[in-house]
Design a protein around this ligand. Structure first.
Ligand SMILES: Cc1cc2nc3c(=O)[nH]c(=O)nc-3n(C[C@H](O)[C@H](O)[C@H](O)COP(=O)(O)OP(=O)(O)OC[C@H]3O[C@@H](n4cnc5c(N)ncnc54)[C@H](O)[C@@H]3O)c2cc1C
Length: 413
């Protein structure tokens, strides 16, 4: 016997759970399937366990995509305020951390429980753990129907939603399932790559900085070519965030943000002392101080950084009064525009998201339905990726909401 549903949602992560709950509450008979035995593991580990579930200041400008306008419609129809009201209805306490980022007061578990309660309210059937063996489309006159072979038997539905996310963190269940389904139905893909991820450097080149592991400081960071013109640099995306030194390279919000824009072979440019007029301060110190350059520098940047920096150049291991103006200017210039080329990133093992995915040219921005009738893609599997700061979950909610509305509209026709 074949189980029949109005819609089968594959992937019980942020987007799938939200979409399933909404569609169920709109009267649809929904099956939600996930191969993982645990529900929404990524929500559980997100935001350091407190889930940065949205950002009050969400606009399309905080998303990367080959088509930057694609996310506009869905984001405007389900806003951060809508999700905040949902939290308030469920009496989930939350707070703003910084830059509009909203986190749970208690734990990310609150968001998972909220989504499960929404699914219960929509009488969603959830099969977990349950693998998917195949998705086949049976064209019937005037209608499309999908047969989905699962570990628990064959199911049939006129509409299927793919919400299986990107490739980051395979050990908690990430797979390329969504991309394979897209290819199977002739949809295009934008090459996926790891994003919101620490960057790594060649061992030898990194050796002088490896000792700084654990050091964090506020910086300005951008990507770009070393010989970029001022006009080109004006267009570069710049983040003012904290940088964290690690044993293998750089991390912290600044580097996670810029990693989404970084391409292999490109340098990153970092201002290690933003808001400080380094040349003027060093020259002033030279006129009045007998201290070592490292000690003077330590009044402007963290002392561990000052020591490591100066230890690289014998010409800087002297009292500041003995340094030439040119040497101090070069030192200031290098600190304010440190250019270094990563040899790679920590990859999907550590990435928070995947840039790229199902090409938005093959999807409707109103409904998330693909060119293949009855087949929808929502959440991170789509080529829409948010910056760090709660934007990725807001995309999961917004794309899931747009899709649920469209599913219900089709069934009621
Ligand atoms: C460590 C970490 C911290 C993060 N913190 C934040 C944050 O604080 N704020 C924020 O906005 N974003 C954060 N993100 C990003 C955010 O978690 C994702 O963008 C979001 O979860 C994407 O939602 P999704 O539903 O599209 O995919 P997912 O949440 O990844 O869900 C996909 C689901 O599909 C299932 N699945 C995969 N393959 C198959 C298959 N073959 N068959 C059946 N099921 C399958 C998976 O088991 C999973 O349950 C974080 C990510 C990570 C890794």
């Amino acid at each position: 016997m074949i189980d029949k549903f109005d819609v089968v949602v594959i992937g019980a992560g942020a987007a799938g759970l939200f979409c399933a709950g909404q569609a169920g509450q709109l009267g649809l008979k929904v099956l939600l399937v996930d191969h993982s035995d645990k529900v929404a593991e990524k929500i559980r580990i997100s935001g350091g366990g407190r889930c940065n579930f949205t950002n009050r200041d969400t606009t399309p400008a905080q998303f990367l995509s080959d088509n930057p306008h694609f996310c506009r419609s869905a984001l405007s129809r389900y806003t951060p305020q809508d999700f905040i009201e949902l939290l308030q209805r469920h009496q989930v306490p939350f707070h703003e951390k910084h830059k509009g980022q909203l986190f749970c007061d208690r734990s990310a578990e609150d968001i998972i429980n909220l989504l499960l309660a929404e699914c219960d309210a929509g009488q969603v059937t959830r099969w977990q753990s349950c693998g998917i063996k195949s998705v086949v489309c049976a064209e019937q006159p005037g209608a499309t129907s999908y047969q989905i072979q699962t570990d628990r038997g064959l199911v049939e539905a006129p509409q299927v939603v793919i919400a299986t996310g990107g490739l980051s963190i395979p050990k908690i269940g990430a797979t390329d399932f969504g991309y394979r389904i897209a290819k199977q139905f002739g949809l295009r893909l934008i090459e996926p790559r790891a994003a919101l991820v620490p960057l790594t450097f060649d061992g030898e080149a990194w050796a002088p900085y490896a000792q700084l592991a654990g050091l964090a400081l506020p910086v300005l960071i951008e990507t770009g070519l070393p010989d970029a013109t001022p006009k080109q640099r004006k267009k570069a995306v710049v983040f003012a965030e904290d940088l964290l030194f690690t044993h293998r390279g750089l991390s912290g919000p600044a580097v996670l943000q810029i990693s989404s824009f970084w391409r292999e072979g490109q340098p990153v440019r970092i201002n290690l002392a933003p808001g400080t007029d380094l040349p003027a301060m060093l020259l002033r110190a030279k006129a009045s101080s007998k201290k070592l350059i490292a000690n003077e520098l330590a009044t402007l940047v963290p002392s561990r950084l000052a020591d490591a920096w100066v230890s690289e150049d014998p010409a800087l291991q002297r009292p500041i009064v003995d340094a030439t103006d040119k040497a101090l200017q070069t030192l200031a210039q290098r600190l304010a525009d440190w250019q270094l080329t990563p040899n790679g990133s920590e990859g999907y093992r550590k990435a928070e998201v995947t840039v790229g995915g199902v090409d938005t040219r093959d999807l409707s921005s109103q409904t998330m339905e693909s060119k293949q009738p009855g087949l929808y893609f929502i959440g991170e599997v789509v080529d829409v990726t948010g910056w760090l700061g709660g934007y990725n979950f807001q995309w999961a909610w917004a794309s899931g909401f747009a899709c649920a509305q469209a599913l219900a509209a089709k069934v009621s026709k």
